[in-house]
Ligand binder design. Structure first.
Ligand code: AMP
Length: 487
């Protein structure tokens, strides 16, 4: 098995001038990546708490990852889209000694010492340091939505990260020195699917930022300028890109491999992509953050598309097994399973167990095994995916109730073709001033929410009612509320 950090160090020697990471006109070669990561590791070497890695698509975010793993403390990525209150709550939980700020913005955060990228360039006289992380140490902690209103920090060990990366290297049919595309912000673990497999195979990691995502013209320009070979994204992002009429094999002949994860790959998306890129390898993979990005995969061929709708998510990687509870909930067993939520015994004990001497994670996904292929059939709880983002409806409801005007709230996902397309909130108001109409209140509620949760979690539409309906046994009647919204 390849040790990622060791391999990246060797790539620094074998391919010193090759670009390791690129974002617009900023790039770092393998030599520079290793050098700056070493500088950072020297600063962090006696640190016990993880490094907070703050920024968006700067190549220095990757320096932060490699340097903190080398130093043995690991990292917690925080994207710039995360609101201040949430950043503070993550920092309070982690109690970090250091924060690497890869942005130009001044951060007003109490607690950690702030390291700037300039400081990384200025550490002198140190020689390359050995990789000092051991297998059981936590390589990264990624925070995901939690139903109580407080995000959960999923801790992934260096061993799990290595196992995952080695599996991805086996799936990748194109080998060394490829151009990889990374779409996901680093605070989502889908980014792990491109970062480490790319760097461990001496590829170039091309970072797509949020401006490119919002402006297809810029994205098109980036794709025209860079001969991408391996594409890693959510299916939602692919759907958006398929609107670019030139995204075809004839026009982008370098694009030969696609990896999807994070949400259902819609049949029509796979079909359209397969028609546009008939000779490419298209993988559908499945997994939660709690089991190191992905645990199953299937190569989506023309035959699979003809035979199945919805599409399967495939079979598990070796060393990982899947079982179902009596209720049909999918359980993942193996070394890929997280060490638990950081400093959160109660929530960890609910979903992480030991089973037959192995770590087990209760996913909350309903699944089915058919023709020796796994299929995902929805959730047993109120976790959803919207544009590839994972969120708990109950967390949004919790935060809505934090807003002064709101007494009660329920959030209802609206579906098209089995996929959530937006969120509606139904709200019972506290007393509001007479002059305020619904439009003004909606504006105020959304403004307040912006402080508390990321923008992608804010309901698009808010409707108002005097009372939320209850079921016979006194629970909120989500089904009736959803039906009423469709009337
Ligand atoms: P995350 O932790 O953000 O990766 O989200 C994990 C959840 O996304 C899983 O528990 C599933 O509900 C869903 N998911 C991930 N990959 C797939 C897939 N290929 N097909 C269907 N659902 C998926």
């Amino acid at each position: 098995m390849k040790d990622i950090i060791q391999t990246i160090i060797e790539n620094g020697k074998n391919f010193p001038d090759q670009v390791a990471v690129k974002h617009n006109d900023e790039s770092l070669t393998y030599e520079a990546l290793n050098q700056y990561a070493d500088h950072l590791a020297v600063i962090l070497k006696d640190t016990k708490s993880p490094l907070i890695l703050y920024g968006h698509m700067s190549p220095y975010m990757i320096v932060g990852m490699i340097g903190s793993i080398k130093a043995g403390c690991g990292y917690v990525p925080i994207d710039t889209s995360i609101p201040q209150e949430r950043v503070v709550s993550i920092i309070n939980k982690i109690a970090p000694q250091y924060l690497l700020n890869t942005t130009d913005a001044q951060l007003h955060i109490e607690g950690p010492s702030i390291i700037t990228t300039t400081a990384l360039l200025n550490v002198d006289g140190d020689s390359p340091i050995e990789n000092s992380i051991n297998d059981s140490a936590i390589a990264y902690t990624i925070f995901t939505s939690g139903s109580t209103g407080e995000p959960k920090g999923v801790q992934i060990s260096y061993e799990s990260l290595n196992l995952f990366t080695n599996w991805m290297i086996q799936l990748n049919q194109l080998g060394l020195n490829q151009q990889w595309l990374n779409q996901a912000p680093f605070s989502f673990d889908l980014s792990v699917m491109s970062i480490y497999p790319c760097l461990a195979t001496a590829g170039t990691l091309n970072l797509v930022d949020k401006t490119m995502i919002n402006k297809p013209k810029l994205l098109n320009q980036m794709l025209e300028e860079t001969q991408i070979n391996v594409w890693v994204s959510t299916p939602s992002f692919m759907e958006m890109c398929l609107m670019l009429p030139h995204l075809t094999e004839a026009h982008y002949s370098s694009l030969k491999e696609f990896f999807f994860c994070g949400e259902m790959l819609a049949h029509r998306t796979a079909q359209l992509l397969q028609q546009r890129f008939p000779s490419a390898f298209i993988y559908n993979t499945y997994g939660p953050t709690e089991a190191t990005v992905a645990v199953t995969s299937v190569l989506i061929t023309e035959d699979i598309i003809k035979k199945y709708n919805p599409l399967p998510v495939g079979i598990p990687q070796s060393g990982t097994s899947l079982t179902l509870t009596e209720e049909g909930e999918l359980v993942i067993l193996g070394k890929c399973v997280s060490e638990g939520y950081v400093k959160d015994k109660t929530r960890s004990e609910k979903v992480f167990k030991m089973q037959d001497g192995q770590k087990a994670y209760y996913t909350g996904d309903k699944a089915q095994l058919k023709d020796n292929q796994w299929f995902i059939n929805g959730r047993i709880d109120y976790q959803i995916k919207l544009n590839g983002y994972r969120m708990e409806l109950e967390e949004i409801e919790c935060q809505l109730r934090e807003v002064d005007y709101v007494r009660e709230a329920i959030v209802v996902p609206m579906y098209r073709d089995g996929k959530v397309i937006n969120l509606n909130a139904v709200v019972v108001l506290n007393h509001v001033e007479d002059h305020m109409d619904n439009q003004t209140i909606t504006h105020q509620i959304k403004k307040e929410l912006k402080r508390l949760i990321p923008e992608y979690m804010i309901p698009k539409k808010i409707t108002y009612t005097d009372k939320l309906p209850l079921t016979m046994n006194g629970k909120l009647d989500r089904k009736k509320i959803a039906e009423d919204l469709l009337k």
